[in-house]
Design a protein around this ligand. Structure first.
Ligand code: PGA
Ligand code: ZN
Length: 432
C-alpha cells in the first residue's frame, strides 16, 4: 500500500444530530494536507450491549452534551495516533482501543473513538483521490445493497404511536438500486394516501422519516403498509415485500413484553405467535429483534419458528459485537446481522464482525441510527464491504436521503455497479 499520509492533526467539536441531540464531530488532517470530517450518529433504541456512548450529564442539553468525549479526542486519542500512517487502519484502530483500554470503550467513549477511526478513513480516501468504497474493496467487485426502507414508524422513534418500531419495505423484485428506491417511494406515497383515506393524521415524519400514525394495534401498522403496497400498483411479494423491526428490547418488562397500543402483555411465545400471524397474512421477508436482546430462550424459539421462513435479523441481540455473534452462531440463533459502526466503535472492528457473520453463513445489513447526520460514508461502507443490504430510514429527511443519494451516485458510475437484489436476504424463504 505504501505510505498514504501520516496523521498530523485530530480535532473534534460538538455538533448536532438529526434529532437535535449533541454528537461528536471530528476532522483528521494528514501530512499531505488531505482532511477527513465525520459526524457520528446515535441511536434511541440503544441496546445494552453496544459500545458505550459517552454523555456529559448535568444541565447542558439535558445531560446529553458530549464535551467530555470531544476533549477525549483532542487530548487523548489525537495524541495517541499522531504520526500514524492513515493507510494502516487496523493499526490505527488498535491504538484507539488501547488508548481507551476497556472492552466497550467506556473510558473515552465509543462516540469519541469512532469519530477518529472514520475521519482517518475518509482523510485517507481524500489523500488517495479516491472514494471510501473503493478503498474497502480489497480486490473484490463493489456491490450495490438491497435497501430496506422505512414506511411506518412506532416505538421510540414515533412517540410510541404503535409498539413495534418499524414496518419497512424491501423491493425484492427491483433490478437496480435506483429502481428499488423509486418503488419504495411509491409505496410510501400510497401508504400516506391510505392514511388519509382512513382519516389518520399520519403525515408527520417520525425520526427516520416514516409515517407515524397512532393505531389501535401493531397489526394495523402492517395492514396499512400492505394497503399502500396494493395501492402502489406494484406486486406485493414479488416486486416489494415487507420487513418488520419489532425492537422488542424496548417492550421487555420483567420477563414479558408489554404491547401498550393493544393494552396487553405477552410472553415470548405470545409475541412470536403474533409475528407469525403477520407472516401468514402478508409477504414478510425479514423480522428484526422479535424478542429482547437478553432473551436467549426467546431467540431460540424465534429461530425455530421464524428462522426457516424469514430473514431473522439481530440488532440489539448482536450489537455488532464479535462475542455476542459467536454465542448466537454457536446456538444457531438468527440468520442475519445488523451492522452499525457505532455499536462497535471502530472501522475495522465493524468490518471484522461483518466478515465473521458472512463466514458463519449470516446475511448482513449495514444500518444507520435513528439519530443521524448529513454524512453519507455509511453508503460507501455498504458498497465497499459488499454487505448486500442497507437500512437508513425512509425516503424523506435529508439525513436519510444523504445516504440514498450517495448510493444513487455510486450506481450511476459509468459501467454501473452490480445490484445485490433479493439473493442478499438471509433465510431460506427466498421464493416469497
Ligand atoms: P436506533 O434504531 O438507531 O434508535 O437503535 C435503529 C434500529 O433499531 O434498527
Ligand atoms: Zn433495530
Amino acid at each position: 500500500m505504501g505510505t498514504t499520509g501520516l496523521i498530523e492533526r485530530v480535532f473534534a467539536w460538538e455538533a448536532l444530530d438529526s434529532r437535535g441531540t449533541p454528537t461528536v464531530a471530528c476532522e483528521v488532517s494528514l501530512s499531505s494536507g488531505a482532511t477527513g470530517t465525520v459526524i457520528v450518529p446515535s441511536g434511541a433504541s440503544t441496546g445494552r450491549h453496544e459500545a458505550h456512548e459517552l454523555r456529559d450529564g448535568g444541565q447542558r442539553y439535558g445531560g446529553r452534551g458530549v464535551q467530555q468525549a470531544v476533549r477525549n479526542v483532542n487530548d487523548v486519542l489525537g495524541p495517541a495516533v499522531k504520526g500514524h500512517d492513515a493507510g494502516d487502519q487496523r493499526g490505527l484502530d488498535g491504538l484507539l482501543r488501547e488508548a481507551d483500554g476497556t472492552a466497550n470503550l467506556s473510558a473515552l467513549g465509543a462516540n469519541a473513538v469512532l469519530a477518529v477511526s472514520l475521519a482517518a478513513l475518509i482523510a485517507r480516501a481524500h489523500h488517495e483521490s479516491t472514494d471510501v468504497w473503493r478503498l474497502l474493496l480489497d480486490g473484490r467487485d463493489p456491490l450495490m445493497p438491497l435497501p430496506m426502507v422505512n414506511i411506518v414508524s412506532g416505538g421510540a422513534h414515533a412517540g410510541g404511536a404503535v409498539d413495534i418500531q418499524d414496518v419497512l419495505v424491501v423491493p425484492v423484485g427491483a433490478s437496480s438500486f435506483a429502481e428499488a428506491i423509486e418503488w419504495s417511494w411509491r409505496v410510501r406515497l400510497a401508504t400516506a394516501q391510505a392514511c388519509e383515506a382512513r382519516r389518520l393524521p399520519a403525515t408527520l415524519a417520525a425520526d427516520e422519516g416514516g409515517l407515524g400514525p397512532r393505531l389501535d394495534s401493531n397489526r394495523q401498522a402492517l395492514e396499512l403498509v400492505a394497503e399502500g403496497l396494493e395501492r402502489s400498483g406494484l406486486q406485493p411479494g414479488s416486486d416489494v415485500a415487507i420487513a418488520v423491526d419489532v425492537a422488542a428490547t424496548q417492550l421487555w418488562r420483567d420477563g414479558s413484553y408489554r404491547l401498550e397500543a393493544e393494552g396487553r402483555t405477552v410472553d415470548a411465545s405470545g409475541l412470536l405467535a403474533e409475528i407469525e400471524s403477520w407472516c401468514d397474512t402478508w409477504p414478510v421477508v425479514s423480522v428484526e429483534d422479535p424478542v429482547a436482546d437478553d432473551d436467549w430462550d426467546g431467540w431460540s424459539e424465534a429461530s425455530r419458528r421464524l428462522g426457516p421462513r424469514v430473514q431473522l435479523l439481530g440488532d440489539d441481540l448482536f450489537a455488532t459485537n464479535a462475542g455476542r455473534l459467536s454465542r448466537g452462531a454457536a446456538d444457531g440463533i438468527a440468520n442475519a446481522v445488523l451492522i452499525k459502526p457505532n455499536q462497535n466503535g471502530t472501522v475495522t472492528g465493524t468490518s471484522d464482525v461483518l466478515e465473521q457473520a458472512r463466514t458463519a453463513g449470516y446475511a448482513t445489513v449495514v444500518s444507520a441510527r435513528s439519530g443521524e447526520t448529513e454524512d453519507s460514508w455509511l453508503s460507501d461502507l455498504a458498497v465497499g464491504w459488499r454487505a448486500g443490504q442497507i437500512k437508513v430510514g425512509s425516503t424523506t429527511r435529508s439525513e436519510r436521503t444523504a445516504k440514498w443519494n450517495r448510493l444513487l451516485r455510486i450506481e450511476a458510475e459509468p459501467g454501473g455497479v452490480a445490484f445485490a437484489g433479493r439473493q442478499a436476504l438471509g433465510g431460506s424463504h427466498v421464493d416469497v
